[in-house]
Design a protein around this ligand. Structure first.
Ligand SMILES: [Zn+2]
Length: 419
């Protein structure tokens, strides 16, 4: 991928300055994409933009919001950029989605902690529907959404919540795709329960009740769910130190999350909170593809697009892009006295708190770096080698740009300033 590895001069300069071991931004994985997760997301964002030319992801990370240029910031060892318009799409943009998901995961974890500190419990519920190879995603998603709304509202839903001490819930929406059975839209729900409520019954009783109700609801909209796979409910142990729990029960819980952690490219412990927001960022397991893995496999056009992955990704965005990833956050935050929800756009735009500006890149230079796919390399360079290396990188890029397309590429008389 020359777009990521950079032109030949850069590869030479990089190894001379940094040595080969720090050259992480240009290492290529088996799927032809960078192994470095940031570089990977940049490549995938550009690819998504090329597939979805009318979608805001196509502009994400291009336009400077400040005419004086784009800032490179440092917080500890980590570099970032600020002063660039971003799209804030959790469905179409791998860069914004990762940033928003990271923030949501922290938020949900905090909510769970707050609730558990008050003696509350949290259950993880998964709702799925039966689906077939030829089912359209949009229609199935509409039907699933209707079923979920009917499940929680209305007399049955109210009574169920009372019966099981469910004081609040937050639910997500996600899908995978498999060659055998097509789209598999489903929802994970975090149920915040009050174990001291008058008539609390065990989670497996709740599951059985939900199962019967879910089958009826899905049958109503012509979808169908079977008892075995339609509803899955998991009670999160109140105390993770296993005290008071059967050994097997606790191990099974941890094991389930250990599997998720291994596939999530995350060094954080995997918990119920991450399940809700990181799910479509996880790599596909087995025969199932997540939307991001569909997007990734559609990059390698020279190998043939076996499943029509590009088209499937576009179908996914079309079906999801007006929907909320998480429903119920605001009410739950009110319940826990945590203030208002920060919207996705604001999370995507938020700068790194405490980060300081170390360089300012003129707008034309920024565009040149973006066109050549060099932003992740620039950041990795500055992270591995410090501010001096960042300056070297920008000077080299400037020389190369001038040699290739004339000095106008970097805007005459204005140079990248490294302070
Ligand atoms: Zn974006």
């Amino acid at each position: 991928m020359s777009a990521v590895a950079g032109p030949a001069w850069l590869v030479g300069a990089r190894s001379a300055l940094l040595g080969s071991n720090t050259n992480t931004a240009s290492a290529i994985a088996g799927d032809g994409l960078p192994t470095d997760s940031r570089a990977r997301r940049y490549v995938l964002r550009d690819h998504a933009g090329s597939l979805l030319v009318d979608h805001r992801v196509a502009r994400c990370g291009w336009d400077a919001t400040d005419p004086s240029g784009v800032a490179v910031t440092r917080k500890g060892e980590r570099l970032g950029v600020s002063g660039v318009a971003v799209c804030g799409s959790v469905w179409a943009c791998p860069v914004c989605a990762a940033k928003i998901a990271a923030a949501r995961a922290v938020e949900l974890e905090h909510m769970i902690d707050v609730w558990r500190a008050q003696g509350g419990d949290v259950w993880l519920l998964t709702l799925t529907v039966r689906h077939g190879r030829e089912d359209g995603l949009m229609a199935n998603l509409d039907a699933l959404t209707v079923c979920m709304r009917r499940l929680w509202s209305g007399r049955w839903g109210q009574a169920f919540r009372r019966r099981h001490g469910i004081v609040g819930l937050v639910r997500n929406l996600e899908t995978t795709w498999g060659a055998e059975n097509g789209w598999h839209p489903h929802s994970h729900v975090l149920l915040f329960t009050d174990p001291d409520a008058a008539y609390v019954i065990a989670p497996d009783v709740a599951r059985d009740e939900l199962s019967v109700r879910w089958m009826a609801l899905t049958a109503d909209v012509g979808l169908g769910a079977d008892d075995e796979h339609g509803v899955h409910i998991e009670a999160q142990p109140l105390a993770m130190d296993a005290s008071g729990l059967g050994e097997g029960q606790h191990s099974a819980w941890l094991a389930r999350y250990a599997v998720k952690m291994a596939s999530a490219q995350s060094d954080k412990a995997w918990g119920a909170a991450q399940e809700l927001t990181w799910s479509h960022i996880k790599r596909a397991r087995g025969e199932r593809f997540t939307p991001w893995s569909l997007l990734a496999s559609s990059v390698k056009v020279h190998d043939g697009d076996e499943h029509g992955a590009a088209f499937l990704f576009m179908e996914f965005v079309e079906a999801f892009h007006r929907r909320k990833q998480l429903v119920g956050l605001a009410a739950l935050r009110r319940l826990l006295h945590l203030g208002d929800v920060v919207e996705d756009d604001a999370l995507a735009e938020a700068g790194d708190e405490g980060a300081v500006e170390i360089a300012r890149i003129p707008v034309p230079a920024w565009r040149w770096l973006r066109v050549h796919g060099l932003v992740p390399a620039m950041l990795a360079y500055g992270e591995a080698g410090g501010d001096e290396c960042l300056a070297q990188f920008l000077l080299s890029a400037q020389a190369s740009a001038a040699a290739r397309s004339g000095p106008s590429a970097w805007m005459l008389g204005r140079e990248a300033v490294v302070s």
